[in-house]
Design a binder for this molecule. Structure first.
Ligand code: GLU
Length: 440
């Protein structure tokens, strides 16, 4: 059995959007492809912004997307473990207390920037005497804590970005615990990844600099360094990722009738060298996953493109993949699917074929004639053509003048599947009455 394990680690501070959905999809597909495990980790160290409502919603969306997890963890339940590790790291001098206020740090940052220098914390806190500390404590200042980076080159082979190399001298010691004692994301994430045996970390490229310092955290814990893959971030049509797009909710897309597997297919291939095409299950999609095919540039995400793709997805959908959601048989589905934009549009065709419709009579002479020529059942594959050629020759009408009035009488709609396919679904009784202008 493979020891591969990935995790999706959302912070429950908002609803699932297209960006974090993409991260979840890639993680899940990698686990599937390599026969590994997928863990759901709730990153709820921010107790003020984390909400149960968001967590429930994200679980619901993951399930809807077809993403299931083998294991789960919650950061807020692991504080004692983080405290234990921090105590060790403090004893080793890898975690140190700092007493600067936010304002002081901001002044230092500006001073460095004005000199054209990178805003790297100068580690003044390491020089504090116990008298300095006592004075700060007396003033009521509370310490925040930083992780001390060791000098040297930090390297990893990224599955998307290739070889990555950072000089620790160019990085600031990350703050890991705030003044109020709460944990920032960096260290708990590494402790979890180490404790749960995470082998691959796939996340957005906005985490690349975090990775550089986290590589040293893994080493400080004596844990193996996982394999990293940083996905280029999505951008909007206009070039920059707009606020709206960044937060484009998957719940909204779902409510608009976008199919879960259409979203997964789309996101898995967006920004790769492969064409975006419909996949109707995660297993098949997972077999095609190849992170090497992901480009380095930021792919454009266009909501309209996704919607158009969804229509293509629905129109190409094999009946078995509807899993009974349509409530129709295969013959019916295949007859109308070419006219669906979203799957639920099938309801309209169910109404037209099985419920009452008020016909629209445009050319009474023609539709009366058509009714009188309508053959008795049973109908064969040839019935429609035979009927139509009789209506045609006896009325002298052809093309649009022939079809349009018949369609409007039979379906009360302007467009739709071919009449030849629809007529048997409507059946003789309804067709006959509708051609005569009766609601049926
Ligand atoms: N909770 C973090 C986030 O949502 C997780 C980042 C990670 O995958 O390490 O950005």
């Amino acid at each position: 059995m493979s020891n591969i394990k990935v995790r999706f680690a959302p912070s429950p501070t908002g609803y699932m959007h297209i960006g974090n959905t993409r991260t979840a999809v890639f993680n899940y597909l990698l686990a599937k492809k390599l026969g590994g495990k997928f863990m759901l980790r709730i990153d709820d160290t921010d107790t003020i912004r984390s909400k149960k409502e968001y967590e429930d919603a994200l679980r619901d969306i993951l399930q809807w997307l077809g993403i299931s997890w083998n294991e789960e963890a919650r950061q807020s339940a692991r504080m004692a473990r983080y405290d234990e590790i921090v105590a060790k790291l403090k004893a080793q001098g890898r975690v140190y207390a700092c007493y600067e206020t936010a304002e002081e740090l901001e002044i230092m940052r500006k001073r460095l920037m004005n000199k054209g220098l990178p805003p790297i914390y100068d580690r003044q806190a390491l020089n504090l005497s116990s008298a300095d500390i006592a004075r700060y404590e007396e003033q009521g200042r509370k310490p925040h804590y930083r992780f001390k980076l060791e000098p040297g080159i930090i390297e990893w082979d990224d599955m998307v970005r290739g070889h990555c190399r950072y000089d620790a001298a160019n990085l600031a010691d990350p703050v890991i615990i705030r003044e109020d004692g709460s944990y920032l994301y960096h260290l708990p994430s590494v402790i979890d990844d180490a404790d749960f045996g995470i082998t691959h970390i796939i996340r957005g490229e906005d985490h690349v600099t975090n990775t550089a310092s986290q590589v040293q955290m893994f080493a400080a814990l004596g844990a193996p360094q996982p394999i990293f893959a940083h996905l280029p971030l999505l951008t909007g049509r206009e070039g920059k990722l707009s606020k709206r797009l960044g937060s484009l909710g998957v719940r909204e897309l779902r409510a608009e009738g976008i199919e879960a597997m259409a979203i997964c297919s789309f996101l898995a291939k967006l920004g790769t060298s492969e064409a975006i095409e419909p996949f109707y299950d995660m297993d098949t999609l997972a077999q095609t996953l190849d992170l090497n095919k992901l480009g380095r540039s930021q792919p454009k995400f266009d909501e309209e493109e996704l919607k158009n793709f969804n229509t293509h997805y629905v129109r190409s959908m094999p009946y078995e993949k509807t899993f009974g959601r349509t409530g129709v048989d295969k013959e019916f589905f295949d007859a109308v699917k070419g006219n669906l934009t979203v799957l639920s549009d099938i309801e309209e065709w169910k109404t037209i074929c099985h419920q009452k419709v008020k016909p629209i009579i445009e050319d009474k002479a023609l539709t009366d004639l058509a009714a009188s020529l309508l053959p008795q059942e049973p109908w064969t594959g040839e019935t429609f053509n035979e009927w139509l050629s009789q209506v045609k020759s006896q009325s002298g009408k052809k093309g649009k003048e022939l079809f349009h009035p018949l369609r409007k009488a039979l379906t009360a709609a302007e467009n739709g599947p071919e009449l030849k396919t629809l007529l048997p679904l409507i059946g003789r009784t309804k067709a006959y009455a509708r051609l005569l202008g009766q609601e049926a």
